[in-house]
Design a protein around this ligand. Sequence first.
Ligand code: GLY
Length: 393
Amino acid sequence: MTTTPPASHSTVTTEAALAAALWTVRRNIDVFGDRYPDDTTRDDRYPLRPAAGGFPEGGNRGWTTSFWPGMQWLAWERTGDTAFRDAGLRHAADFARRVRAGEDLETHDLGFLYTLSAVAPWRLLQDENARDAALRAADHLMRRFLEPAGIIQAWGDLSDPAQRGRTIIDSLMNMPLLTWAHEQTRDARFADAVRRHTTQLREHILREDDSTFHTFYWDAETGRPLRGATEQGAHDGSCWARGQAWGIYGFALNFRATGDDELLGAAWRCADYFIAHLPADSIPYWDLVYTDGSDAPRDSSAAAIAACGFLELARVDVDPERAARAQALGETLVAALAADCAPRGPADSDALLLHGVYDLPKDRGVDEGTLWGDYFYLEALTRLADPDWKSYW
Ligand code: GLY
């Protein structure tokens, strides 16, 4: 475990990095209109989301579309430019349509999707249509809660034997939608699901050495924990970098929601492992089995998510030394991203961050920009620019 932040990167100021990112988001609104970019860039440029499964090109499907309006809400808060707000509201209406029409909802990712597209405009503008959409999405997500295991199933149809009883570390980020729904409705089902799901992940997906499995299976009939396995990592026993980052941020957010100190401890365990396995320049390899000197691709999105996790820990950890360390680590990661992964200008890319990896084993989005990496980089810059920023999560 390292106890001090890796070397600091100071060549790009937060203000300059934020200004460049906001400029790109503004320009991308003109390019994409009300349609959605794909999950990742291709040769550093976002194509429109391809037509598939009856959805048109640029249509609202998959798990990443909300990161696009999420960036617009962050940009509106920073600039006051109504072009960002108006674009965000048009996407909120489309997400309301998606949930009412029941389009592509059979996933735990409803949390990612509706926190950024609908809870955010509810929090910022008290948009009632957005509130209704987010509550519908939270209700739909609860259909995936499996008794007696006490987990939300991540992927697939609930009757699919290959996915039954399986959840993944990323799911921690889907819990804030349920926490918000509990705050809105006082329906105890939501808070109970958050408490039980996060406890199961802390006990089973987090390994004894503080690394994490990407995914874990429970016996859906008996609730017995079965085994860990990877889907996007190097191998079942490795530690997928983005999964570890989801662990840092996800456990920290769920500590804030529940007040459960064990979740704060889990966030720090993920954090210390992550920091101890970073190369000297602070941008993680796509899987933490790779170390300095490897030519494996990096995953800038893992660094952006981890940065948000550290900046959240800096707020919620009441121990002043730990909070200061978390702040310093968050700042170091953001500085490294701004210096080494942000494009130098519009000719380089229309992403906010280069050098992400979506799914290397399936050769998807390797060394490309990613919609979620862009969102979390902008959120981390926002957190640095405004320490009082009110979280959408
Ligand atoms: N949540 C899916 C991923 O991180 O690739």
